[in-house]
Design a protein around this ligand. Structure first.
Ligand SMILES: *[C@@H]1O[C@H](CO)[C@@H](O)[C@H](O)[C@H]1NC(C)=O
Ligand SMILES: *[C@@H]1O[C@H](CO)[C@@H](O)[C@H](O)[C@H]1NC(C)=O
Ligand SMILES: *[C@@H]1O[C@H](CO)[C@@H](O)[C@H](O)[C@H]1NC(C)=O
Ligand SMILES: *[C@@H]1O[C@H](CO)[C@@H](O)[C@H](O)[C@H]1NC(C)=O
Ligand SMILES: *[C@@H]1O[C@H](CO)[C@@H](O)[C@H](O)[C@H]1NC(C)=O
Ligand SMILES: *[C@@H]1O[C@H](CO)[C@@H](O)[C@H](O)[C@H]1NC(C)=O
Ligand SMILES: *[C@@H]1O[C@H](CO)[C@@H](O)[C@H](O)[C@H]1NC(C)=O
Length: 446
């Protein structure tokens, strides 16, 4: 999602500050005095645009959450999750499927966000318990759609996983119409999101345009962490290829119009996959980033990164843990989340694995399809990286700056989902019209 940046004062590690603080002061109305809480509250509020939350419910929780207090955050979202879940389960879903569906979608979101700040203690049993409840409510809601999705667990393999095998949880949402082949969009999240979030964020927008959607999670992402205990792996093509294999088995997928969308850190993972998976016909990086490691490194005090470079791993770890213990909410969260999502308790192990994800210009040039690269005007997660990617990819790249004055300048255009969909999906339509294959979208309902 957003990444840590430490203030450098002399050579001493001082209380960390980070770019997102500035974003939050400039961008959207603040729902908490704690800038990190304000940002994550924005992510929840934004789900309202796609039926994953309700504005009044989120604003009420926001008014009760004590800035900086992780337990308060958990308590208020559990209160909301339990309350809406109770409503959902009291509804006779065969008589009132729409009411039950809407409520389960929202309780799922509130359960999902409740343990967001608990990852500092990886053995906190609430993480898995509430996470599983969130997915269960999402599945109940989705089963009540007029065309329920197919829940999948696709077999995958990677040399970076012990035993070499894992599986990719995914959900295929079929376009609402017809039996013919239609464009299909694969959507994946980033450092801390879920496939349930992205259904509300952009999945429904794709479905509204008459195309198929498949959401997924890979290693490092919630269901895979919870059920398989596998952290992020750099060979992301080994996550995507099994999805494309699956699409090839279906009769309703136009294989000449398959796109991969990556949200947040997914904006690095998606192009990474496309360097080796050449069956993709478009890639969208929301927003573009190629080097999470380089960004961290530039923002961190040399006194700290030097320790790693000199092999003083214990001291490096101590530095991180002291920041986690005393830092601002964002740094506490970011360190906890980094370790959690890499399935480690060692900062130096995490740091040592990060460079493997970096995309250099040679790798970017090896992507064979058109690439959309987004950037939010007020998103400072990876400054300069969207531009670098666009330049390295060259003619096949389309760069788009989402503007702050119309409310789309946030990281991943949070809260401006309709602008995000309009720009990205219209781009896909244009891109695919130019594919030199017969066009047959006559039965697509827009
Ligand atoms: C937020 O900060 C302002 C100014 O410091 C203060 O007046 C207000 O009470 C704070 N609100 C909360 C919810 O802490
Ligand atoms: C729910 O509604 C269906 C259809 O009207 C009915 O058959 C069923 O008995 C109801 N279930 C409950 C628990 O009331
Ligand atoms: C972490 O969570 C576990 C399980 O809930 C608990 O037993 C343990 O005391 C917690 N550790 C810390 C440091 O809070
Ligand atoms: C993830 O961490 C847990 C706890 O340390 C460990 O049991 C598990 O084997 C790790 N998973 C992988 C894929 O290394
Ligand atoms: C880019 O990365 C690849 C893969 O790690 C490596 O083989 C290549 O030498 C790098 N190219 C440049 C220009 O750094
Ligand atoms: C946010 O965007 C506005 C322009 O709309 C700019 O003036 C401001 O400096 C930006 N802030 C950040 C933190 O990027
Ligand atoms: C487009 O698809 C429809 C429905 O399958 C079919 O009837 C029609 O002949 C196709 N048109 C073209 C130009 O291929």
């Amino acid at each position: 999602m957003r990444f840590l940046a430490f203030a450098l004062l002399g050579c001493q590690l001082v209380l960390p500050t980070f770019a997102q603080d500035d974003n939050n002061k400039n961008a959207i109305y603040q729902l908490s005095n704690d800038t990190e809480f304000a940002f994550v509250l924005e992510t929840v509020l934004a789900l309202s645009n796609g039926g994953g939350a309700s504005t009044g419910e989120v604003l009420r929780a926001a008014s009760q959450i004590v800035p900086g207090d992780f337990e308060s955050w958990y308590k208020e979202f559990m209160y909301l999750g339990d309350g809406i879940h109770a409503k959902a389960s009291s509804i006779n879903a065969s008589r009132f499927p729409v009411s039950a569906r809407e409520a389960y979608f929202r309780s799922s979101s509130y359960y999902r966000v409740a343990p967001f700040f608990l990852h500092g203690n990886q053995s906190d049993s609430r993480i898995n318990r509430v996470g599983a409840r969130s997915v269960s409510d999402f599945k109940k809601a989705a089963a009540l759609l007029s065309l329920p999705p197919i829940n999948l667990n696709l077999p995958a393999s990677s040399p970076n996983v012990p035993g070499g095998k894992f599986s990719v949880p995914a959900r295929f949402f079929k376009a609402q119409h017809g039996k013919t082949k239609v464009p299909t969009v694969i959507i994946g999240t980033g450092y801390d999101g879920s496939q349930e979030d992205i259904y509300h964020e952009i999945g429904i927008e794709v479905l509204a345009r008459g195309w198929n959607v498949i959401t997924y999670e890979g290693p490092g992402q919630p269901t895979v962490l919870r059920e398989q205990k596998i952290g992020f792996i750099p060979d992301w093509w080994n996550v995507i290829s099994p999805i494309v294999d699956y699409l090839e088995t279906r009769g309703d997928v136009d294989l000449d119009r398959v796109a991969l969308v990556g949200i947040s850190f997914g904006g690095q993972l998606a192009p990474l996959a496309a360097t080796r998976e050449h069956r993709l016909k478009a890639v969208l990086a929301i927003d573009g980033m190629n080097d999470l490691y380089g960004h961290f490194k530039a923002e961190m005090p040399e006194s700290l990164t030097d320790l790693y470079d000199k092999g003083q791993y214990e001291k490096f770890d101590e530095g991180f843990f002291s920041v986690e213990a005393s830092g601002a909410t964002y740094s506490r969260w970011a360190i906890a989340q980094s370790l959690f999502s890499f399935n480690t308790t060692s900062p130096s192990e995490w740091w040592g694995r990060l460079p493997d994800f970096t995309l250099n210009s040679t790798m970017l040039k090896s992507i064979s399809c058109p690439v959309f690269i987004g950037e939010g005007e007020n998103d400072s997660s990876a400054p300069g990286q969207p531009e670098f990617m666009a330049k390295a990819i060259g003619k096949k790249a389309t760069y788009n700056l989402f503007k702050n004055d119309l409310g789309a300048g946030e990281h991943c255009q949070l809260g401006a989902e309709f602008q995000l969909a309009q720009v990205t999906l219209d781009w896909l339509g244009d891109t695919w019209d130019h594919v030199s294959l017969p066009r047959n979208l006559t039965n697509v309902v827009y």
